[in-house]
Design a protein around this ligand. Structure first.
Ligand SMILES: Cc1cc2nc3c(=O)[nH]c(=O)nc-3n(C[C@H](O)[C@H](O)[C@H](O)COP(=O)(O)O)c2cc1C
Length: 326
């Protein structure tokens, strides 16, 4: 059983600002996933829900890769008998290879921030994406461009984008995770690279100046609206609970939907602003008629577009704790 290979696939998971907020250990056919709080995003994610969603994405990749290699993966969330907070995945040979389509999609999946081409997604594909949700505590609400509710959601996305880009701390945190130069990218192998954000490598002072000068609340709101209107489908991922394990499950569902979308040739990207700004999240919850412990935590657009540059990952040996660590 090549545990390092499985961790390689887990490490390809998406994460907020590409922080990769995880560490892994591998001992005796057990892989543990640990949150790495040194990589948290205190401004945009003060309660760490996005951090746990990212762990859920990594967990989903890990179980899909294990299943595709003929392994069963028994998952235990935050077991009390562990020394440190972790998700424990115990692997055993089943001999039965499953999830091979999703496994192939793992390295091909990417967040694609381009404009999409507005081509409608076939109904059958929308049904496939919704049916991919295997977590009871997660609900998906899907909207096509013809749905009237979308106009209210677009207004809320814009309202949240304005609030975020008016907030100096939000902009400072975002800037700290942008890798403006090739050297910054090579040194960290994380964060949002200039290429991925759609601009050339430039010195940090120039990139910061450009972002602070041109990424104004109103221009960001309009840009976001344009991206959304170029898309074909919007999905809200709603958590029916507000604890760590619910957030991890939401990440698992999102990741499996994203991999299914990739297999179907669909691009996707986050427009999470209305889920990140608490006042707007409350308005969105009220608009959707959600109960008090239900929250929309991810807003994802889907559509068709050319692939974009890949985002970096740290090498596997940087995310694995030394052998023997539990
Ligand atoms: C919980 C979570 C929140 C995210 N929030 C945003 C977001 O608000 N805006 C955005 O453009 N991308 C967002 N992303 C996408 C990440 O930036 C992306 O996964 C990361 O840069 C790695 O790139 P990749 O998905 O192409 O591998 C989010 C991803 C996750 C898992």
């Amino acid at each position: 059983m090549n545990l390092e290979e499985l961790i390689h696939y887990a490490n390809l998971a998406p994460s907020g600002h590409n922080t990769q907020p995880w560490k892994f250990s591998a001992n005796d056919n057990v892989i543990r996933i640990y949150p790495d709080f040194s990589r948290r995003l205190p401004v945009v994610d003060p309660d760490d829900h996005a951090l746990y969603i990212s762990l859920g994405c990594a967990l989903e990749n890990l179980t899909i890769a294990a299943n595709a290699k003929g392994l069963d993966a028994a998952v235990c969330y935050f077991p009390q008998d562990e020394e440190s907070e972790c998700i424990r995945v115990s692997l055993s040979v089943s001999g039965d290879r499953r999830c091979e389509d999703l496994f192939i999609a793992i390295p091909n999946r990417q967040s694609n921030r381009r404009q999409y081409d507005q081509k409608a997604v076939p109904e059958a594909h929308i049904r496939t994406l919704i049916a991919a949700n295997h977590c009871e505590s997660v609900q998906i609400s899907a909207f096509t461009m013809a749905d009237q509710e979308l106009e209210t959601i677009i207004d809320l996305v814009k309202e949240a984008a304005r609030i975020q880009f008016r907030d100096r701390e939000f902009v400072a945190e975002l800037l700290s995770w942008i890798r403006f130069t090739r050297k910054e990218l090579n040194d960290s192998q994380d964060g949002l690279t200039a290429e991925v954000m759609g601009f050339p490598f430039v010195p940090r002072w120039l990139g910061s100046f450009i972002l602070k000068t041109f990424a104004k609340p109103e221009s960001e709101a309009s840009k976001t609206e344009k991206l959304l209107r170029s898309s074909s489908l919007l999905m809200l991922f709603i958590s029916k609970g507000n604890e760590r394990r619910h957030w991890v499950d939401l990440g698992r569902t999102f990741q499996t939907v994203a991999l299914n979308a990739t297999s179907l040739g669909l691009a996707h990207a986050h427009l999470n602003m209305p889920c990140e700004v608490e006042s707007v999240r409350r308005k969105l919850s009220a608009f959707l008629g959600l109960k008090h412990d239900e929250q929309p935590l991810l807003t994802i657009r889907f559509g068709y577009a050319e692939a974009c540059p890949r985002s970096p990952r740290r090498p596997v040996d940087e995310v694995i704790l030394p052998t023997g660590t539990k």
